[in-house]
Design a binder for this molecule. Structure first.
Ligand code: SF4
Length: 346
């Protein structure tokens, strides 16, 4: 019998807390930090419940929410628990998402000591007016300070998130954001279009006419500007919204190994409220409520909210559209290494 090689898996932990909700965000998080202790105990228990998995992980991503709102030591405890319960390869990419308003040089140094080797910093814009519009808790100078401190703390793999397509934003103002980001020389840039998610404060403001979103043509223009600018400044455009800087003698791009798993059908396990998991052919996800998550786990039950089993046909369709998101594209049947897709090299 032929044994199929199992792709290395990704481990994701969702930290469901933020100091305040940003106006555009529909990721699950709450600002009641009194629930963090119960959540952390439940998270460790959920790790223990999943510890029998035969998967070998080579990426571990602590996201949210805002993981950096937790006590600094809690991040160390989460990494320790994960490495105790799961088979995490020693050369794993370990990413922590941080918000510039919630880190200090000491906390960043501690994260590095705990084993975090990649930081993703939610900068979003280098214009204070934009940050106020988005409801961010930090200023541009705090973002710059956190980036400088991250380097001083020893991080050499830093990603920034930026948002474009804000009302009134034009090519000149977006280019000034991109220039500011490139000048910092991060290893990775994620440039997301502002989208209006149902139920968010932004959505309400758009519906009442208080805010008018940028026209589709303008957003498309800004997207094309992003690609032109970043690819001429040494970044590889490897997924719709993601760019990795090609650096070093080998010009190797520092892509997000973890996020690539989502687009390449690799297995991943997500822990914490609202976290999704995928182990072919099943996808499943946890309850989107800290209270319910903690109750379920405390009662010794799974925090699973729903599960779906993908048919072969669904998996083929997903493999096509996920493959088309990246510059790898998809394999053409019967052609070996030939690949196609809107972003694949022609
Ligand atoms: S900090 Fe991030 S996760 Fe939290 S509300 Fe803002 S965008 Fe959402």
């Amino acid at each position: 019998m032929e044994i199929m090689p199992v792709k290395p898996a990704g481990l994701y932990v969702h930290i469901p807390f933020c100091l305040r909700k940003c106006s555009y965000c529909d990721f699950y998080s709450i600002s009641d930090l009194s629930q963090t202790a119960g959540f952390l105990a439940a998270l460790k228990r959920e790790m223990q419940m999943n510890s029998g998995t035969p998967l070998v992980f080579d990426t571990f991503y602590i996201g949210g929410g805002t993981p950096s709102v937790l006590e600094t030591e809690a991040i160390g405890q989460i990494i320790d628990a994960a490495t105790g319960y799961f088979n995490i390869a020693s050369d794993s990419e370990i990413t922590l998402e941080v918000n510039p308003g919630t880190v200090t040089l000491e906390s960043l140094r501690a994260y590095r000591r705990f084993g975090v080797n990649r930081l993703n910093i939610g900068v979003q814009s280098f214009d204070d007016n934009n940050l106020r519009f988005l409801g961010r808790i930090h200023s541009v100078s705090e973002a710059r300070l956190s980036l400088e401190r991250a380097s001083r703390a020893g991080f050499d793999n830093i990603g920034l998130d930026l948002i474009f397509g804000l009302p009134g934003q034009d090519k000149t103002s977006w280019l000034s954001d991109l220039t500011a980001a490139v000048d910092i020389e991060p290893e990775h840039l994620s440039c997301y279009m502002l989208t209006c998610e149902p139920g968010t404060p932004l959505d309400r403001d758009v519906k009442t006419g208080r805010i008018h979103l940028a026209a589709e043509g303008t957003v498309l223009d800004l997207f094309n500007t992003t690609i032109d600018f970043l690819t001429t400044h040494g970044f590889l455009h490897y997924e719709i919204s993601n760019f990795a800087r090609m650096a070093g003698a080998d010009h190797k791009a520092r892509t997000s190994r973890h996020n690539l798993k989502y687009w390449s059908f690799a297995p991943y396990i997500g822990l914490g409220p609202s976290a999704h998991s995928f182990i072919e052919p099943e996808r499943y996800w946890n309850h989107r409520s800290v209270a319910k998550y903690v109750r379920q786990i405390e009662a010794g039950k799974s925090a699973l909210a729903e599960k779906e089993r993908l048919t072969k046909e669904q998996m083929m369709i997903e493999a096509i559209y996920l493959g088309f998101r990246t510059n790898r594209g998809i394999d053409l049947p019967g052609t070996g290494s030939n690949r196609c897709g809107p972003m694949a090299p022609q």
